[in-house]
Design a protein. Structure first.
Length: 198
């Protein structure tokens, strides 16, 4: 299926950027149709604007009622004819209403080899800190389907990154992020081409 991707982001948006670029250079048969950000000052918002992609700030700050927020998000996804939701550094839990509407059509990336170092409270540097604290010899990234639990849905793809003795959480974060970009792009390419059925 030609993908019409709705990206949810909260921060820098480097994964989102990699996906936009891969759609535009033809690697992924699809396009990023819309971006939803819960943080109006996130760099992801600037990136989306620079790419000429519609971007919406939707969060508890402008929609204090959770049902209203769900409705606003669903309207935006429908308006832009989204057929796949991609969470890229999105720091909020997806609501059951969106998961129901986009059943098996919501993906997330996690900066570790799930099921290791996943679950509630495991995000960002906390993940890399846990890898170092546990003296893991390898880490990486995982793209998975999103369900109602944190970091729990079916795994669609993983990439392994070797942990060296001198690595710190900061070094690991810098090593893993470019691998995330490649993994997300490759997973979406496989979905768009039909190689990977979800
Ligand atoms: C990535 O490490 C992602 O795995 C995590 O948050 C980071 C987001 O980076 N969930 P970016 O916003 O895509 O640059």
């Amino acid at each position: 299926m030609r993908l019409k991707i709705g990206v949810f982001a909260s921060h820098g948006g480097s994964n989102m950027q990699a996906i936009i670029d891969a759609c535009r250079d033809g690697t992924i048969d699809g396009e990023v149709s819309v971006v939803i950000c819960n943080n109006s000052t996130a760099y992801a918002v600037d990136r989306a604007r620079a790419a000429g992609i519609p971007v919406y700030h939707l969060s508890g700050s402008n929609y204090p009622d959770a049902d209203d927020l769900d409705e606003a998000m669903l309207l935006v996804l429908e308006k832009h004819k989204v057929n796949l939701v991609v969470l890229a550094g999105y720091m909020k839990k997806m609501s059951p209403a969106i998961l129901k509407k986009f059943s098996n059509r919501v993906l997330n990336i996690h900066p570790a080899l799930l099921p290791r170092h996943g679950g509630s409270g495991m995000y960002g540097m906390k993940v890399h800190e846990a890898v170092i604290a546990d003296e893991d010899t390898e880490t990486g990234a995982t793209v998975h389907l999103v369900n109602d639990k944190y970091d729990d849905g079916s795994i669609l793809g993983q990439v392994v990154v070797k942990v060296e003795e001198e690595d710190t959480p900061d070094i690991l974060a810098k090593k893993v992020l470019p691998q995330e970009h490649m993994l997300y792009v490759e997973t979406l390419r496989r979905i768009a081409s039909g190689e990977l059925k979800i």
